[in-house]
Every structure is written in C-alpha cells, then in structure tokens.
Ligand binder design. Structure first.
Ligand code: ADP
Ligand code: ZN
Ligand code: ZN
Length: 743
C-alpha cells in the first residue's frame, strides 16, 4: 500500500509564504514515503534558496515540469494529520484565485502564527501538582514556620484531582515552595496536556427573556433553513434584540453538539458581548482576536479543531478556523469595514464566510442595524432572506433625532448653546451624555502664529496630530511619532498653537466645564492594554451621571443603559467625501452612535450638530431612517454604475520615486488596453488622495465590469504583466478585489 503510494506520487507541490503566485515542486524521499502518508494540508520543511522554509503541501503529483534531477527533496514532514483540512484547503485555493493573491500567503494567513513558525499542532503540556500518599494526610501545623510551603500544601490537599500550574499562579502560590515540598516527598508533579475543555463550567446560566412577535417570527423563518445553505439578513434597529435572536438560534445548534462560528468586528468584541454568551451557554466558548498572545490563539484553534469548543467567537481571520462540526455562521455588525483586510491579502471575511457556508451547505446569519449596501442589495433581490426588527425590545423607545443648526452660532469648545443646555439638563436628571467626535488626540494640527509653519509627517502628506497627554506629535497614517515641540523649527517663535479639536481636548474642556461630573474618554489611546476597556466600562456603570466622549469605537456594540443624550459634534464629516462610500459610512456611523441613546427604559435624544441642516442626506436620515436612506443611496449607485451593481477591482502601485508608479501604470495601459476584454472599464491611473504614505508614492487604477468573469480575466492578465514588470522595478503592487476604499 505504502509502496504503491510511493510510486503514485513521487513529487509534492508546496505553497511557501513568499510573494510568488506559484507552487514549488519537491521530491518525496523514500524514507519518508515509506513511513508516512503524505496529504495536502500537511506542513513540510523544504530547502529554499540558501535556507529552508516551512511550506504546506497543496498536491501530490506524479510528475514535475522541471528537470527531475534538479528537483530537491523535502527535508522533513511536520504533521501526522493535515493542519488545513480539505474544506479549508479548498476555501484558501478559492480565495487565492478570487483575490488574485499568492497561494502561500493565503494558506499561511489561515494558520495560527505558531503553526506558521513550525510549532506542533498539539496542546502544550502543563505541570499539575498532586499530593503524595505522605502529603495527603500531612499535618499542616508542622509547616508553621514555613508559611509559603504551608499555603502550597494546603491548596494541593484541597484539590484531590490536582492543581494546574496556571491555578497555582492564580492562587499566588510560590513555585519554590512547591519544589521544596516535592523534595520532601509531600507533593509530586505530572505533565498534562493543557486543554481548557477539561475545566468545569462555573458560569451561571441565565433565563432568556420571552421573545416579542418580531423576534419569534425571525426565529421561525431561520428555522426553516437550519440545515442547508441559506443567507439571512437580520436587519434590526439598534436595541431591537438581534443578539437575543441569534443567541436563541445558536442554542439549538449547541444543544445538538454542533459548532457555531460567531464573527465580530475587530474592536466590537466587548467584555459585555462575551459575558452575554457566558451567562447563556454551559459550553466551551473560545475567543480568537488580536488581543491574545500566539499560544492562546493556538490553544483556541486546537479546541475548535478537535470539536470541543462549541462556540467560536472571533474577528476577521476566524473565518479560517477549523471546526469539524461547524453548522452555523453568525456575522454580527456585518456592515463593519474591519471584516475586510486592508493590506496584503485583501479578503472580506463576510464574503468568505458565505462561500464557506455554501460549500458546507450550512446557513449564515448576517446581523446589523445598518446593513451594508451590498447585503441590502442582495436582500432586495431576494438572494438573502430579509428579516426585519423594527421595534426596540422590552420597553425601550426609539431615540429622537434633532438637527442643531451651527450657522452663525456662538460655539463654546465646539458646542452649541442647545447642546450645552441639554447636557446640563441630562446630568441634572442623573443620566449620562455621550459625545461623539471621530478624531482622537488633542488637535489635528499644530501651527506657528508667526510664520504659519505646520507640523507635518516626514513620511506622509499629512499633518501630525497633537497628543498632549503623551507629549507627542503622532502621524495617524504611518504611526511615526515625535516629541511635542514648543518652538517653531522655522522661525524659532514659541507661539505655537493648535487648530481643531480631538477627543483628548474635549475631555480636558468638559472636565473644567463640569467639575463634579466624571468625564470618560473611549478611543484607541485610552483603551490600550488588555483590561483598559473593562475598567472603563466598569467606571461607566458605577456612576449615574457621566459624560462619555468617544470615537467610532463607541459605535460598536456597547450597551450603556443610562445614556439618554447623544451629541454628534460634527455630523457633516464625511458628507462631502470623494469616496462614493462616504455617505453610506456616515449614515451607518451616525445611526449606530445615535442607537446608543436610550437603550433601557429611559427615552433617548440625539443632537446632530451641522452646518448643512437642509442637506438631503441629513434630512433623510433624521426623518426616514437608515433603511430609506440606503434604498435611495442604492438607486443612485445603480444609476452611476457603481458597486454593488458593478463589480470593481483596484490595482495599487507604490514606489519610493515620485512619478514611477504613475508612469508604470501608463505603460501598462498602453500594453494591455488592446487585449483586455471589452466589457471591462478602466479609470485612471490616478494618484491616491494622500499621495505619499510611509515614504511611498501611491497611484491606482480602477477596473469595473457588470460581470465578474471578464473582470477576473482582466485582473489575471494585469497581475501577470505586473509580476513580470516589477522584476525590473523597485515597485510594489497590490490587487484589491471588491475594494472598500477607492482612493
Ligand atoms: P441588539 O443586538 O439588536 O442591539 P439586544 O439583543 O442587545 O439588541 O437587545 C437589547 C436589549 O433588550 C438587551 O438588554 C436585551 O437583553 C433586551 N431584550 C432583547 N430581547 C428582549 C425581549 N424579547 N424582551 C425583553 N428584553 C429583551
Ligand atoms: Zn514659525
Ligand atoms: Zn506618516
């Protein structure tokens, strides 16, 4: 049998994490072929150039296109079983073709970091402490003079089934004391596989509320398709009980021993979300997000892969989690842009999840209060079923939206008189105010009063943001940082002043305006570190009255029951964006932030500060709501032949030289225009809005077509051309299929 295999496949085709759209052939040495059963999805170590690399077997092959004498043998085999199952291999191969991205990079992206580096796909072992026969009945008073040993032995005596190393750390027991007790023959250690699934669930299970008619109807419709491929859009206003609906649905799968993948936006995974799952399910829940270390992520991956973890909650890359019993995928806040990776492998996790569900023949549930135009179009065309929740759950009322005309008004730190009066009244009722300003830092600009000098980034065409607390000037585009200066580098004047306001400045000013009220800022700077967000949320819940200031982080999934007033400082931001998605994003953001108001029993009030109160978009959003706004927006997209009615691919190029990227594209257009399919339209090349970013000059070309097939064909031709051309140039290019950013 193994002899047969050996003669059947003397070669393997291997994907390596290199930016080349090709597979590499290696020979299978006899010694390996005789002892092992090689399969696609297993990792191998192979010689590559002068060093060696870890790669993934994509196929076994009878022959090679190369001279067999020059094909090198693989060095070693890493796995006994594939780390990428057949299902995930085909998903990755599909994604590599669809996104025109190098296969090696795609496969490696699908693996946890430690597996990419060659770690075994096994649970780590951890030492557990047990008493010996002598230690079990040992009189603790004999250790009165060694209190640390006494504590240690007492704890181990109290845990007859053993105490993990991790648990001793949690209990603050001294490792040295354990070792001394071990030498005395009172305790012993035993290595065990670290496997969280073995632990007992101590969580309380909560009784769920009775569903309202809209929710019940949604569940009924979802149940009709519970065992086959089907995409449902759960389109429910903020606070309408969408989460409750999918919790209920998930329960049905978990009760049958099936696995469910719940995808959440990058920073939407709040401690509150997790808590809601924990109090509801008496089962293993694992998390996969960027705030975990590599080992924690691998452990979660292993628990999902062996089927123990019934619920997997994760951000974008969790779409690649192995889960043998996966039977439902839920995508919360499906409109969120963080589902799309904006660098290297530019995939959209929602779209890949749908693809995965289709090949597994299982349902997908997309949830949002502000669905993406893409999903709405699918719902309108009845490709997705459309479940609407139009009322808030429980006793909560919808918030009242009101425009505040800023024209000609006297503003105090950017606040209108109306806003200030409302803040005072809200605080006097012992309720909370939420202020939304999508700009972190103290001020977006630092300027010299004498000569007009402005602090700009050395590497990008943008101004540096002032961060007073950190005493820094910070580039929000390339992350470059400098110390905050107090003297103009051009004219040496010390009259430097800031222009514009960020959340940090609002925090300072509001703290002095409302001295007795806690002012809490929630943005990327104030929530660094694992526990920062939990601490902030705790503070918010501790106080009756408070002012919360935040960026778009606040718009995501938080539930602050005592917030009754929301102030949108600048409703006009994004209204005149050059990106055709500007309006959609603005409407989503405003609606989501507004939805934080009055989520419990108290009614909510939203003030939109604007210089354009009569702007059709602002008016439609206030009067008719998001759905109407989006339907009108979709009609406009259709008339302008824009996505989602047309399909789009953007090709980006960047180079250190100023003109190179543009010239490069012009040359490409001359070469390729005659041979590309006729129904593919080109726009460009044009320069990116921020031309220079992180020292690179950027240009792009946009391709559009009503059909996907010719667009993909054109992209393939272009990719091939670019690969050849960039061999001679120091240029980088990227293909962005279904881009979310068009500039
Ligand atoms: P969404 O996900 O749409 O924002 P949630 O599911 O978080 O809404 O529900 C909002 C609030 O209403 C939560 O506090 C939730 O516990 C509560 N809730 C949900 N459904 C019901 C119901 N049927 N009856 C009473 N309260 C409910
Ligand atoms: Zn100056
Ligand atoms: Zn920069």
């Amino acid at each position: 049998m193994q002899e047969q295999l050996l003669t059947q496949s003397p070669y393997i085709k291997v994907a390596l994490p290199v930016p080349l759209r090709t597979l590499f052939d290696y020979k299978v040495p006899k010694a390996i072929a005789l002892r092992h059963d090689l399969k696609p999805g297993m990792r191998v170590k192979v010689p590559f150039g002068k060093s060696s690399r870890i790669g993934v077997i994509v196929a076994l092959s009878q022959q090679t296109e190369w001279n067999p004498d020059e094909v090198k043998p693989l060095t070693s085999l890493h796995d006994k079983a594939p780390v990428l199952t057949d299902e995930l291999m085909s998903l990755c191969l599909w994604a590599a073709r669809y996104y025109h991205h190098p296969i090696g990079d795609v496969l490696f992206h699908a693996l946890p970091v430690l597996l990419r580096k060659g770690e075994n796909a096994e649970f780590r072992t951890e030492n557990w402490w047990f008493t010996t026969d002598l230690g079990r009945t040992y009189d603790l008073t004999q250790l009165n003079r060694a209190p640390r040993q006494q504590d240690f032995l007492k704890a181990v005596q109290q845990h007859p089934n053993g105490l993990s190393q991790q648990a001793t750390a949690v209990l603050d027991l001294a490792h040295a004391a354990g070792k001394t007790l071990e030498e005395k023959g009172l305790v012993r250690r035993e290595p065990r596989a670290f496997n969280k699934a073995g632990e007992k669930h101590t969580h309380q299970t909560q009784v769920p509320p009775t569903l309202n008619p809209e929710q019940s109807q949604a569940i009924e419709r979802l149940q009709q398709h519970s065992h086959q491929f089907h995409v449902a859009l759960l389109d429910g206003v903020t606070g309408s009980g969408k989460t409750e609906v999918f919790l209920r649905l998930i329960e049905e799968y978990v009760n049958k021993g099936q696995q469910v993948l719940v995808m959440v936006p990058e920073i939407g995974l709040t401690p509150q979300t997790l808590k809601r799952f924990e109090v509801r399910f008496n089962t293993d829940i694992v998390l996969m997000h960027s705030n975990m270390n590599d080992r924690e992520r691998l452990d979660a991956w292993l628990l999902a892969a062996n089927g123990h973890a019934k619920i997997i909650i994760g951000t974008r890359s969790a779409v690649f989690v192995p889960a043998p019993h996966l039977s439902l995928i839920v995508i919360d806040e499906e409109h969120d842009a963080s589902y799309k990776q904006h660098e290297k492998f530019r995939y959209h996790a929602r779209d890949l999840a749908i693809k995965r569900a289709q090949s597994r023949n299982i349902p997908v549930l997309l949830a949002s209060a502000t669905p993406s135009y893409e999903s709405l179009a699918n719902a309108l065309q009845q490709r997705f079923s459309w479940l609407k929740l139009r009322h808030r759950a429980g006793d909560a009322k919808p918030p009242i939206m009101e425009r505040v005309d800023l024209r000609g008004q006297q503003l105090v730190h950017g606040f209108s008189e109306t806003a200030l009066v409302n803040i005072k009244q809200t605080l006097a009722r012992k309720e909370q105010v939420l202020i939304f300003l999508n700009r972190r830092g103290y001020a977006p600009t630092l300027m010299c009063h004498q000569c007009g000098w402005i602090a700009t980034c050395d590497h990008c065409d943008v101004n540096l943001t002032v961060h007073k607390g950190a005493n820094k000037l910070h580039c929000h585009h390339c992350d470059a940082q400098k110390a905050l200066i107090h003297q103009c580098p051009d004219c040496h004047s010390d009259e430097l002043f800031t222009v514009g306001e960020g959340t940090e400045q609002l925090e300072t000013q509001l703290s002095s305006l409302f001295k007795d009220t806690p002012v809490l800022r929630i943005d990327r700077d104030s929530t660094q570190g694992k526990t920062a967000m939990t601490k902030l949320t705790q503070k918010i819940h501790e106080h009756d009255q408070a002012i919360l200031i935040g960026t778009q982080m606040l718009a995501k999934g938080h539930h602050f029951p005592n917030v009754t007033l929301v102030i949108i400082m600048d409703a006009d931001a994004g209204l005149f964006s050059s990106d055709f998605r500007g309006m959609e994003r603005t409407a989503q953001l405003i609606t989501q932030v507004a939805g934080r108001a009055g989520r419990a029993k108290k009614p909510g009030h939203v003030l939109l500060q604007t210089y354009h109160p009569d702007h059709a978009a602002i008016e439609c959003l206030c009067h008719s709501g998001y759905e109407q706004f989006a339907i009108e927006g979709l009609a406009e997209r259709k008339s302008l032949s824009l996505p989602p009615f047309y399909h789009q691919v953007i090709v980006r190029a960047e180079s250190a030289n100023e003109q190179e990227a543009m010239q490069f594209f012009h040359a490409m257009k001359i070469d390729l225009a005659p041979i590309l399919p006729k129904d593919v339209y080109w726009v460009g090349p044009y320069a990116a809005i921020i031309v220079r970013k992180a020292g690179q000059h950027r240009a792009l070309i946009s391709l559009k077509s009503a059909q996907r097939a010719p667009l993909h064909q054109a992209t393939q031709v272009i990719t091939h051309w670019l690969e050849q051309a960039t061999k001679q140039h120091k240029m980088r290019f990227a293909i962005d299929v279904d881009p979310l950013e068009t500039y």
